[in-house]
Design a protein around this ligand. Structure first.
Ligand SMILES: Cc1cc2nc3c(=O)[nH]c(=O)nc-3n(C[C@H](O)[C@H](O)[C@H](O)COP(=O)(O)OP(=O)(O)OC[C@H]3O[C@@H](n4cnc5c(N)ncnc54)[C@H](O)[C@@H]3O)c2cc1C
Length: 820
């Protein structure tokens, strides 16, 4: 009987943990159990089990009274936390506070509410936006000649610049009221994507004015006068903006800049006015060399406190016309030998009036907060767009080339070794497009996803680098030799740019994603830390106690739920669907639960050391981002209408992501500094060992093979990129040739059969086709189709060559550009 009751109570305790029950219920349950044991075994037989249940029951009951709990427990923990917690600086706090949390918080909770993901509106464009994508954007893509841009002039031709300005490309985020296009995040992302797929330089040129910079800052914080003065001019390209934050001594640590403004009186337009005297030196500033309007970040000091904000006002942002006296701008860097405009600028004792400060004096000292707020949305749109399109473009050209290019008598794409990187391209194209589109849709719903934007930035740009390498490998020498017909090399060359800007990836992965995620998206941590930072101790203790009680329940649930879901491989975890994706939702839930457990312990144990233990936090960031990418993959499948043909791609992605997640957990456990927790975490997460194996060779081969012809699936995977069938276009020739090769497929098979039988003496070439016609193996029409395919193939596989003079003239050109 005692055994049966014990079992019933164990189930009860599990339920209490899973529902994160309050302490009082734990206490009552434990006391009830103790009483039952006593009753069953005779009231006087005080046995060991009853004592074991009674003591924690009594303790839990006492601790469930907040006043007692604070006195005996949480006030002491509060004191200890307060004494070890480093004071969060203002810039750190502002960076932390920026943006919102959404689906990331669901993943951190370990119990994702699927409707929070699936209710995000399916990505879509308005009619006007679609027309812009199909009209001016397509037109711009046709105008762009990437080789000419990066090689001959190291700039876009004037007519392309003008086209972009005249059609409002530089003012997509500026509202219609202010003369801009007022496009959604989705539209901006897709337009930037399409152009960047054609030329990275052109893509960056369009991206920058629509990302963190004067346009966005003025829209959000500008005074009415500033908005009236500049926004319409920015929207129509009459002003070209740039934004200067980075300085030689302030890269990743941008808030540590030495650029200084001092409040003082000075002469402006013939009058003595109160203003700011500036000294700065900036570098790496995109569009800087051609900008007419410089957005500048600097540290503002007010020695006489004339603004009433103290002497050290803080980071402040101003807008300065680049022809203003003392501004030194125009020289260029040459980042990754790419043709977009980028360069240094500086100013010495430049005086500006106070009304050039963005938002006016009210916003003096608010610059860092303003930047961080804008970054959380801008970073969600711009580089994920460039990263994703690069992958889609790489898949489109590589799949065509792998079919067209033959070695050893067959298309190279049919060889397993080549199919492997093509399959990676397929999976990445599907997965990152899903993440890009869903994240842009979140922004359109008003979210400012700071953690998601960070993880998406580093994952898309890292994937872009890996997949372009895959594409290069499949192309062999064809991609290595640069020239007008090379459609891969400039993307390959430019990958470090995407990796570095908007927060270099190492920092974003190892410092920002998990640490900021843990603080912002964890259900209790931020509340505990805020309470510990509270200068009012009584208030702080009360708030800390409340959060701590919740945190304890959260921990207990994590321990039990993590163990149970791992033991059953997620079979009893939640899923919003019953179809073929059900198991993937369930497994995702299981790993999210594991992540909640391990994340919580990593933060609790490492605390402030998290900044130093970056390999651990980097792996936790990888797990969080894999959970995110898998979620958005499932959402994409739903949004696309659950297309059966795409299910194998979703399944292969799921197998890979789950294997990656298990690998990352394994690495965290292997390297966790505390041996006891190391063993315990491994036991709770992998009670039956690691099981995820990744997608199989067979599945991957099928994915790759399906790409070697024109199909709806191939179009879907490469949707919204610029596709040309013009044989005179550098990528159009691939599509045209692929079509011809497909048309010739059956005829070629017949030709090869004849070759094998010895009816034709030589491998496919012009004379062999004539020979086949003479022998009646092919008729004239068939020979024509085969010849057309062969001739087109010949063009596709050719690479450019140059005379030595041409190459030395090329070096001369570059010297001239640098000297100008
Ligand atoms: C082509 C290009 C265009 C740009 N455009 C602009 C622009 O328009 N406006 C603007 O203001 N800036 C711009 N930037 C600057 C860009 O934001 C910085 O380059 C970036 O912030 C990194 O700074 P850094 O290059 O000085 O690298 P560093 O700060 O020197 O970092 C070097 C390496 O150390 C890593 N690192 C640094 N600190 C940490 C840490 N605490 N933990 C872990 N790793 C760390 C970084 O991740 C990086 O990998 C541009 C840069 C480039 C290259």
């Amino acid at each position: 009987m005692t055994l049966l009751m014990t079992l019933i109570f164990i189930v009860g305790f599990v339920a209490l943990a899973l529902f994160e029950a309050k302490l009082i219920f734990w206490g009552l349950a434990a006391l009830a159990y103790a009483a039952l044991v006593l009753a069953l075994n005779g009231a006087l037989s005080l046995n060991f089990v009853a004592i074991l249940a009674f003591i924690p029951g009594a303790v839990f009951l006492l601790l469930s009274v907040p006043m007692i709990r604070r006195l005996v427990l949480t006030n002491h923990i509060y004191k200890a936390v307060k004494s070890i917690l480093p004071r969060v600086s203002r810039t750190e706090q502002e960076a932390l506070d920026a943006g919102t949390v959404g689906w990331d918080a669901e993943l951190f909770s370990g119990r994702p509410r699927w409707n929070k993901l699936l209710d995000i509106e399916k990505p879509h464009l308005t009619e006007e936006e679609q027309a812009f994508l199909d009209g001016p954007t397509e037109e711009a893509c046709k105008m762009i000649d990437d080789w000419d841009t990066r090689h001959n002039r190291a700039d876009m031709p004037e007519e392309v610049w003008q086209f972009l300005k005249d059609n409002g490309f530089l003012g997509m985020l500026i509202s219609k009221d202010h003369g801009g296009l007022g496009f959604s995040a989705q539209a901006q992302s897709m337009i930037v994507s399409k152009i960047a797929g054609r030329s990275i330089a052109a893509g960056i040129t369009v991206m920058v004015p629509n990302s963190l910079g004067p346009g966005e800052l003025l829209e959000k914080y500008g005074t009415k006068e500033q908005q009236d003065k500049y926004l319409e001019r920015l929207a129509t390209g009459k002003e070209v903006p740039c934004f200067a934050l980075t300085a030689p001594h302030a890269g990743s640590d941008a808030a540590g800049m030495r650029d200084v403004g001092v409040v003082c009186e000075g002469m402006h337009e013939g009058k003595k006015v109160l203003g700011v005297k500036l000294n700065w030196e900036k570098r790496y500033i995109t569009l800087g060399p051609v900008a007419t309007l410089l957005g500048l970040a600097f540290n503002l000091y007010d020695p006489e406190n004339r603004l009433g904000k103290g002497t050290n006002v803080g980071i402040t942002l101003a807008l300065i016309p680049t022809d203003h006296e003392g501004v030194n701008i125009g020289r260029r860097h040459y980042p990754a030998r790419s043709a977009f405009m980028n360069g240094p600028n500086s100013g010495k004792d430049v005086f500006i009036p106070l009304d050039w400060i963005i938002g006016g004096t009210e916003y003096c000292g608010q610059g860092w907060r303003m930047l961080m707020e804008c970054l959380s949305t801008g970073r969600a749109i711009s580089l994920p767009a460039i990263g994703t399109v690069s992958i889609k473009q790489a898949l489109r050209v590589t799949s065509a080339y792998a079919r067209i290019r033959r070695q050893f008598g067959i298309s190279i794409g049919m060889m397993e070794g080549v199919a492997e990187p093509i399959a990676r391209l397929v999976k990445s194209a599907y997965m990152f497009e899903g993440a890009r589109a869903t994240t842009a849709a979140m922004v359109d719903e008003g979210q400012k996803p700071s953690v998601i934007s960070a993880l998406l930035k580093y994952r898309t740009t890292d994937a872009m680098r890996e997949r372009i390498n895959d594409a290069m490998d499949v192309h062999g020498g064809r991609a290595v030799c640069d020239g007008p017909s090379n459609y891969l090399f400039s993307g390959y060359q430019a990958t470090p740019v995407a990796i570095t800007v908007e927060g270099a990836n190492i920092l974003t992965r190892t410092l920002i994603t998990f640490a900021q995620g843990a603080l912002r998206a964890h259900p209790f941590l931020y509340k505990e830390i805020s309470a510990a930072q509270n200068d009012n101790v009584a208030e702080g203790q009360k708030a800390f106690d409340k959060a701590f009680a919740g945190h304890t329940g959260f921990m207990l649930r994590n321990i039990l739920a993590s163990f149970l879901h791992s033991l059953t491989f997620g079979r009893f975890a939640s899923s919003p669907r019953n179809g073929p994706t059900k198991i993937y939702y369930q497994r995702l839930h299981r790993y999210a639960q594991n992540f909640a457990l391990v994340g919580d312990w990593v933060v609790a144990f490492l605390g402030g050391d998290l900044k130093r233990k970056q390999r651990i936090s980097g792996r936790m960031a990888d797990i969080l981002s894999d959970l995110y990418l898998m979620s958005t993959t499932l959402k994409r499948w739903e949004d696309d209408g659950a297309i059966a043909d795409d299910l194998p791609i979703v399944q292969a992605i799921a197998e890979d992501r789950f294997a990656a997640i298990e690998h990352s957990f394994d690495q965290v456990f292997n390297n966790f500094p505390n041996p006891a927790l190391r063993v315990l975490m491994r036991f709770l997460v992998f009670p039956l060992g690691r099981r995820a194996k990744g997608s199989s060779d067979r599945e991957n081969y099928r994915l790759a093979k399906a790409m070697l012809r024109h199909s709806e699936q191939r179009d879907r995977l490469t949707r919204d990129i610029f596709v040309s069938f013009d044989p005179n276009d550098r990528t159009g020739i691939l599509e045209d040739t692929l079509q011809k090769v497909e048309e010739a497929e059956e005829i070629e098979k017949r030709f090869i059969r004849a070759l094998k039988k010895g009816e034709i003496a030589r491998r496919l070439d012009r004379d062999a086709i004539d020979d086949a016609v003479e022998k009646g193996i092919l008729n004239d029409n068939e020979a024509g189709i085969l010849r057309a395919a062969d001739e087109a193939t010949d063009k596709v596989i050719q690479v450019d060559d140059f005379s030595s003079d041409e190459l030395s003239a090329d070096r001369g050109n570059r010297k001239n550009v640098a000297a100008e």
